[in-house]
Design a protein around this ligand. Structure first.
Ligand code: SAH
Ligand code: SF4
Ligand code: F3S
Length: 437
């Protein structure tokens, strides 16, 4: 029996697909290498309409396949299904779906499959509980060696007015620090060289503990002290909550990567207010300044959205201006997409061609900055974790500050740290060679 998992969306979903893989393996399934699977699980995303349309297109294609093979099991899980009325909508449109679960009840998957096999019973279960219990004994089939994902918290309390995440993932729930530390210690013993901590807003870690016994800085410090030759990353930071204490801890420990993903969304104060982000462009630039004062080589990356309702040409120019000032080492840029049930969806929308022109201009400006920053790497040596072999046989990996580097070498080097001398840069890409220095 073979399985396939189609994963969409963020790292949270990539990691949760490792949990789904484990559930399927517990039932005797193994990973399909071709299109000969007996079960297919869609781990879905609904952050933007484009994500949803892509997924629906892929589900639609299964109609024919299911007709040819009625024993094929089709499960749709994750964020998309938890939107109001979505599960019913999916079943109506695609009656051949067997299982629908939300992002917060993936533990039901094994039973759902057993019920389908033994009793021909479909499971459609998307609980709308805002604070579901978080299990601590989850097992994963990890697929990203030498990196391991570690969830430190679930859900989000921020309700940015454009965002669907709090509605589909519920409120913030932090995992117990002891459980996180134990998991990370084990991962290091198992040979993982990089641990990436995950949460929608890692800086509010621990806020939900009644006794306020630990915060994110405290957790980071404990994890930084785990002995071993490895490094730790984390995402995502919210500018309203990233404080000096966290910056100081990152600066203090070599095990903590000098790389911070700090989504700005917009450079206009009135748009930031309408987005319910709780910081101003001045606050944001102040944090960037503090980070650079303490860690001059820290890579700061961001997410930026254009075309939020009410965004004027002046607001957009404020975004361009802050991008030029902040000098991000990379930026994920998005066109605002109205999400049903969020406040911004009810506001007056901006025509698509304006949004499209703005994103193109933004990408051009950021690309130029990335290109200029890349030049600074040439001629220097960086410690890189070798992560993978590329299709052309070259190796690739990331610097501590998060830049991707390509270089020649033995594929046995994957999973080890190497010093790389950067010989050349091309827009966002760096090229180099292994050096013993
Ligand atoms: N929790 C993270 C991000 C989660 S979503 C944070 O707060 O930064 C990842 C990114 O998708 C966001 O940073 C935002 O830039 C983008 N995004 C979220 N909702 C969106 C929407 N409705 N339309 C377009 N982009 C969106
Ligand atoms: Fe969405 Fe805002 Fe929460 Fe990030 S912080 S997940 S953008 S509501
Ligand atoms: Fe998408 Fe859910 Fe992540 S909506 S971006 S998969 S939290």
């Amino acid at each position: 029996m073979l399985y396939k998992i189609n994963t969409y969306g963020c790292q949270m979903n990539v990691h949760e697909s490792e949990r789904i893989a484990k559930s399927l393996e517990n039932l005797g399934y193994s990973l399909a290498t071709e299109d000969n699977y007996d079960i297919i699980v869609f781990n879905t995303c609904c952050i933007r309409d484009t994500a949803e349309q892509k997924i629906l297109g892929h589900i639609g294609k299964l109609k024919k396949i299911k007709r040819a093979n009625p024993r094929l099991i089709i499960a749709i899980v994750g964020c998309m299904t938890a939107q109001n009325g979505k599960a019913q909508e999916l079943l109506k449109k695609y009656p051949f779906i067997d299982i629908v679960l939300g992002a917060n009840n993936l533990e039901e998957l094994e039973n759902a499959i057993i019920n389908l096999q033994n009793k021909h019973k479909k499971t459609i279960s998307v609980p709308m509980d805002e604070k579901p219990q978080i299990p601590e004994d989850i097992e994963y089939t990890r697929t990203s060696m030498p990196n391991a994902w570690v969830n430190i918290m679930y859900g989000c309390n921020n309700f940015c007015t454009y965002c669907i995440v709090p509605y589909v993932r519920g409120r913030e729930r932090s995992r117990k620090p002891e459980a996180i530390i134990k998991e990370c210690e084990q991962l290091v013993k198992d040979g993982y060289k990089e641990i990436t901590l995950l949460g929608q807003n890692v800086n509010s870690y621990g806020n939900d503990f009644a006794e306020k016994s630990i915060d994110f800085a405290g957790l980071l410090e404990k994890l930084a002290q785990i002995p071993g030759d490895h490094r730790i990353r984390f995402m995502t930071s919210h500018p309203k909550d990233l404080n000096e204490k966290v910056i100081d801890i990152i600066a203090k420990y070599d095990t903590l990567c000098k790389n911070i993903h700090l989504p700005i969304q917009s450079g206009s104060n009135s748009i930031l207010k309408a987005m319910n982000r709780h910081y101003t462009r001045e606050n944001y630039l102040e944090i960037v300044k503090k980070i650079r004062e303490k860690m001059p080589l820290c890579g700061i990356t961001t997410d930026i959205m254009v075309g939020f309702p009410g965004e004027t040409e002046g607001d957009f120019e404020d975004t361009i201006d802050i991008v030029k000032q902040a000098k991000f080492s990379g930026a994920f840029t998005y066109i605002y997409s109205p999400r049903k049930g969020t406040p911004a969806c009810e506001m007056e929308q901006i025509p698509y061609d304006i949004k499209s022109a703005r994103i193109q201009k933004l990408i051009k400006v950021q690309n130029q900055i990335t290109k200029e920053l890349s030049k600074n790497y040439e001629g220097n040596i960086y410690r890189v974790l070798v992560e993978d072999v590329k299709e052309d046989g070259n190796l690739c990996g990331r610097t501590d500050c998060g830049r991707l580097v390509t270089f020649a070498g033995d594929k046995a080097f994957v999973g080890s740290f190497k010093n790389i001398f950067i010989t050349k840069s091309q827009s966002a890409s760096l090229f180099g060679r292994i050096t013993e220095e």
